[in-house]
Design a protein around this ligand. Structure first.
Ligand SMILES: [Zn+2]
Length: 270
């Protein structure tokens, strides 16, 4: 019985308190009238939109309506599903080549603890994609030494700079047979650049009776590869492609040269 009385007492007290509080709140309410101008519209016809801030260059996901080229676009094209190849090596002996296991088995080249590809190559390809609004197709970016040999086992290719992130093969979709136009666009990248990189020289080289041009400045050399003289598995298609070879690293201010050490110890294996 006692407990019932206590409970009733408590509930009624709390009810009273609430009513009292509501009364005080009501008395304290400040009613501030909204002043509107006579010509002001009460309701906006469209909802105000949040203004998007401009993106920083490194946040842009697209260049020329296609995905921006990043170091990810350069990953090794090797794959364990590629059939082994029987070839004759430089000593005239038969050798069986097996490809690397590709993407999941190793990294890009590593510099100061991070995967990297020389920035100039990435910038040049985005420049071309931005001008043409056509996709740049990288056919061969980084190659680990195993995939490099699997692609092309010739002695000349053993020191390819694909193995150190300083060389790229590509073409522009829809402009496969206009490599010279693409070359002029690559050269245009340097037009407003520091004077030391503007000067290009053109020379003609020859391989297996086929002539091909090379353009070079202090930083890069660019060549058009004729598919008839290419014996490279990454580039096994029937139209020309372009190779950019980085000769000088402007960030590090040093020549970019292949070394066995850099190629073989410069990446992580998983
Ligand atoms: Zn590989």
């Amino acid at each position: 019985m006692k407990w019932i009385i206590y409970t009733l007492l408590f509930t009624s007290c709390s009810g009273l308190e609430k009513a009292q509080q509501a009364k005080i709140r009501k008395a304290n309410e400040v009613k501030d009238p909204i002043v509107r101008l006579s010509n002001e519209r009460y309701f906006a016809s469209t909802m105000p939109r949040k203004k998007e801030r401009e993106k920083y260059p490194w946040e842009e996901r697209y260049v020329g309506s296609f995905t921006k080229i990043t170091k990810e676009s350069f990953r090794c094209r090797g794959s364990s599903s590629h059939l082994e190849r029987k070839v004759l090596n430089s000593d005239g002996l038969e050798e069986i080549l097996v490809d690397c296991e590709g993407l999941g088995s190793h990294s890009l080249p590593v510099k100061e603890g991070e995967e990297f590809i020389y920035e100039t190559l990435i910038k040049l390809l985005n420049h071309v994609q931005g001008i043409n609004h056509k996709r740049v197709i990288i056919t061969s970016g980084y190659r680990c030494p195993i995939h490099n040999r699997f692609c092309n086992h010739t002695k000349a290719n053993a020191s390819s700079k694909h193995q150190i992130g300083a060389e790229v093969d590509f073409y522009v979709e829809g402009m496969e047979n206009e490599p010279e136009t693409v070359i002029s666009q690559l050269i245009s990248f340097y037009k407003e650049d520091e004077k030391s990189y503007q000067q290009f020289q053109k020379s003609i080289k020859e391989k297996n009776g086929i002539e091909y041009p090379i353009w070079s400045n202090k930083e890069i050399s660019i060549r058009i590869n004729h598919y008839k003289i290419s014996n490279d598995l990454d580039n096994a298609f029937s139209h020309p492609y372009i190779t950019i070879d980085l000769k000088f690293d402007r960030q590090g201010e040093e020549k970019v040269e292949y070394s066995w050490q850099k190629a073989n110890n410069g990446y992580m294996r998983y």
